[in-house]
Design a binder for this molecule. Structure first.
Ligand code: SF4
Length: 281
């Protein structure tokens, strides 16, 4: 991905040297073009904002032409990414005209070797564009480094399921089985199917009862991360033992992909001594 340099830097430098308080670690601008790559880019940006609420925000691209907004953007953002959905490069032209610099520039149709298509994106295109933008975001936030540092470490991740194909619909502790996968270097292999025997013997126990959390621990010995569609009030107890991941999807394959795409965040939570937070994917 390119960094926009040259004359664009001069106007921006005067803000970056000002020592102002930085509010946003990273602002993402996208042209939101009415085409498949534009819609997919906008969805990717929203998802990435949701996944990184403390670090990332979407910037208003047209606001760059308003002088006080330009000043605010330059003063408050540490880094910026600009995405154009097609080779017309409207965003790049606007930034160049106004003298706004960016740390990464992505033009999607040439990056993907596609022609601009005036239609909604396919699921595959959405995934591909999400990965392109996510990679650049992680690089600028220093998250790739964290992930690379941890790639030698394997994680045992359990998924709650009733049928082996989908995450169970009830609280994860009510799943009939836990399918255990070993994740290492962005690859996963299923190593075990554990029957949730502890749950079966305690069906009368209410949600949130500490005995129920204990029953879940006993089945999930040695597990690093627990993935489910829903967690009950016991999530605060479970977080002391595992990283808890709420996957907003039904299928295992989508849940596994989401876990692989967010391994940096998962490892970060795993390594926390206390005050672990659950992760929503
Ligand atoms: S770069 Fe392409 S998709 Fe984006 S606003 Fe311009 S013409 Fe539309």
């Amino acid at each position: 991905m390119k960094r926009m340099t040259g004359n664009l830097q001069s106007k921006a430098d005067k803000y970056n040297r000002g020592g102002e308080t930085v509010t946003y670690k990273l602002l993402i601008f996208t042209c939101y073009g009415g085409c498949a790559t534009g819609v997919a880019a906008s969805k990717a940006c929203i998802r990435i904002w949701e996944e990184n609420p403390d670090d990332v925000k979407i910037g208003c691209l047209p606001a760059v032409i308003v002088p006080w907004k330009f000043n605010e953007i330059m003063k408050k953002s540490a880094k910026r990414i600009l995405i154009d959905a097609c080779g017309v490069q409207c965003g790049k032209k606007l930034f160049k005209k106004e003298g706004m610099s960016v740390d990464r520039y992505i033009e999607l149709t040439s990056t993907l070797g596609l022609r601009k298509a005036k239609k909604l994106p396919s699921e595959d295109l959405e995934k591909a564009i999400y990965k392109i933008v996510q990679k650049e975001v992680n690089t600028l936030l220093g998250k790739n480094l964290l992930q690379e540092e941890k790639t030698g470490k394997e994680l045992l991740i359990a998924f709650g399921t009733d049928d082996g194909e989908n995450l169970n619909n009830d609280h994860v502790g009510m799943a009939k089985y836990f399918y255990v996968y070993k994740f290492i270097n962005n690859k996963e292999v299923r190593i075990e199917k554990r029957k949730n025997v502890a749950f079966k013997g305690n069906e009368s126990i209410k949600h949130g009862d500490p005995k129920k959390a204990k029953a879940t621990y006993s089945v999930l010995e040695g597990i690093d991360v627990l993935v489910g569609k829903k967690f009950g009030p016991n999530i605060t107890r479970l977080l002391r033992k595992f990283v808890c991941v709420v996957a907003r999807t039904q299928s295992f394959s989508n849940a596994i992909e989401a876990v692989n795409s967010n391994m940096g965040r998962i490892v970060e939570e795993k390594n926390k001594e206390g005050d672990r937070k659950h992760i929503v994917l």
